[in-house]
Design a protein. Structure first.
Length: 33
């Protein structure tokens, strides 16, 4: 891990992971609720 700022692709990848996890949680709640 270097001190260089993350690239735009890395930021988009992290955002996509967060959004994907949120969608999975919502789907679980909807399907089980």
């Amino acid at each position: 891990m270097k001190g260089t700022p993350p690239s735009r692709e890395e930021c988009l990848f992290v955002l996509a992971l967060i959004v994907f996890q949120g969608v999975v949680v919502v789907l679980k709640v909807v399907l089980t609720g």
